[in-house]
Each structure stands twice: as structure tokens, then as C-alpha cells.
Ligand binder design. Structure first.
Ligand SMILES: [Zn+2]
Length: 227
């Protein structure tokens, strides 16, 4: 989307003003100043600050060259430029989404069907003996680009790919505590559908469940913090 020159000038002037303020002044005045911008101008700033500089958004838009192996309206798959083995593919949504929990249920379903097919394609094309599907969320987990992506890595005997951890010894109590905490978070799975922002968009009837007395649902929680 192209902005008129005067709209861009307005944005530049606003940032100039903000830049000359102390942090405290910025905090006090920025919201009011941003309110004066049009939705198109806000979108322009977002592109500049976030998506605009993301290499995977660049690949998705065709602005950064990549060895494409699959594309549709929602997703693109390209060869990883730092491959673990020849034929190492990364698969990503075209929309800038940081981590998997932020992807809509609908796109997640589509994504995993495609990843399954891609893993078959990689298997066949490389004569691999195995394939890893690897998906890292957050820098601490090894996510190097903060745009959701899934690795499809063909594997061979004695290759140089290492995916490993030192197994911990947990007590029975520690296992039970984790089981309790995670089960608590999964008990509504299959009954509720959330959109990208974590808003409840659909609540499915589950007829086998006992009927609970009608009561107002709590506001839907965002299920995971942004990484
Ligand atoms: Zn991106």
C-alpha cells in the first residue's frame, strides 16, 4: 500500500517530535499524538518497524530471493540457507506471526497437512533415511527469526544434525505437579476455538459433557504470552 507523500511527512514529523522528548514525555504524549494518524498511516508504521524488516516477510512478499519449493495464498516453503542437510526446507505463514500459539486454529490445521506432505516430498526427493520436523518458539528455544517457521530436515546416517538434551531425573511429585498444571490448561481443548489474538471465536457444544448450569464465561484468556 502506497501512502501519499504528505502522509509520510506527517509520520516523520511525529517521530521527530517524539525523538526530541524525554521518555516520560513520550509516554505521556505519544498515545494522543498517534490518535491523530489514519489507520493507513498506523499500518505503514507497523510495516516499517516490524514486518518491513523481517527477512521471512521479505521472502513471503518475494522481496528477498529464496529457493522456493512450495507456495499458496497463506504459506510458502523455501530451502533453508543454513541447512542441516541438503534438502532442508523451512515452511512459514506469509502473515507475520511470531510463534505457533498465535497461529489461528484454521491455519494451523492447514499448515500441518502441508508440512506432512512436504516431509513426504523431502523424503522422496533426497532419499533420506529419516526426517525431523522442528519448530522453535522463542530465542531461548533456538528461534533465530521471530517469524513462525517449521523446519523439515532430511536425515542421514552420520550427518551433522544434533537435536538432543540431557534427560533430567524428576521425582514422582514433580511429574504429578506438571501433569496437573498442564492438564488444567488443556481441559477446554476441542471445545473452544481462538483466533490469532487469543479471542474466543467459537464455542462448540460437547453433548457428552454433563450439562453445567448456565453461567457467563470468563473473558477468553490469551493462552500464551508473546515470545
Ligand atoms: Zn515476518
Amino acid at each position: 500500500m502506497a501512502l501519499a507523500e504528505k502522509d509520510i511527512k506527517e509520520i516523520e514529523e511525529l517521530f521527530e517530535k517524539l525523538g526530541s522528548m524525554t521518555l516520560e514525555e513520550q509516554r505521556a504524549k505519544a498515545p494522543e499524538m498517534l490518535k491523530k494518524l489514519s489507520p493507513e498511516q498506523i499500518e505503514f508504521i507497523k510495516q516499517q518497524q516490524g514486518g518491513g524488516q523481517c527477512p521471512f516477510c521479505g521472502i513471503a512478499k518475494g522481496e528477498i530471493p529464496a529457493k522456493k519449493v512450495y507456495e499458496d495464498s497463506n504459506f510458502i516453503a523455501v530451502l533453508d540457507i543454513n541447512p542441516g542437510n541438503p534438502g532442508h526446507v523451512i515452511f512459514l505463514p506469509k502473515e507475520h506471526i511470531a510463534v505457533l500459539p498465535q497461529l489461528s486454529d484454521d491455519l494451523t490445521a492447514k499448515a500441518f497437512v502441508l508440512v506432512k506432505k512436504l516431509s513426504g516430498a523431502v523424503f522422496d526427493a533426497t532419499n533420506a533415511q529419516g526426517v525431523n520436523i522442528l519448530q522453535n518458539n522463542g530465542a531461548v528455544a533456538g528461534q533465530t527469526v521471530p517469524h513462525l517457521h517449521i523446519h523439515i530436515i532430511p536425515r542421514f546416517d552420520d550427518d551433522k544434525v544434533r537435536i538432543e538434551w540431557d534427560p533430567l531425573k524428576l521425582t514422582e511429585e514433580q511429574f504429578e505437579e506438571m501433569q496437573k498444571r498442564i492438564s488444567e490448561k488443556t481441559k477446554d481443548f476441542g471445545k473452544k476455538v481462538y483466533d490469532v489474538s487469543g479471542n474466543l471465536v467459537e464455542e462448540k457444544e460437547n453433548k457428552k459433557e454433563e450439562k453445567k448450569p448456565e453461567k457467563k464465561e470468563d473473558a477468553p484468556r490469551i493462552r500464551r504470552r508473546r515470545a
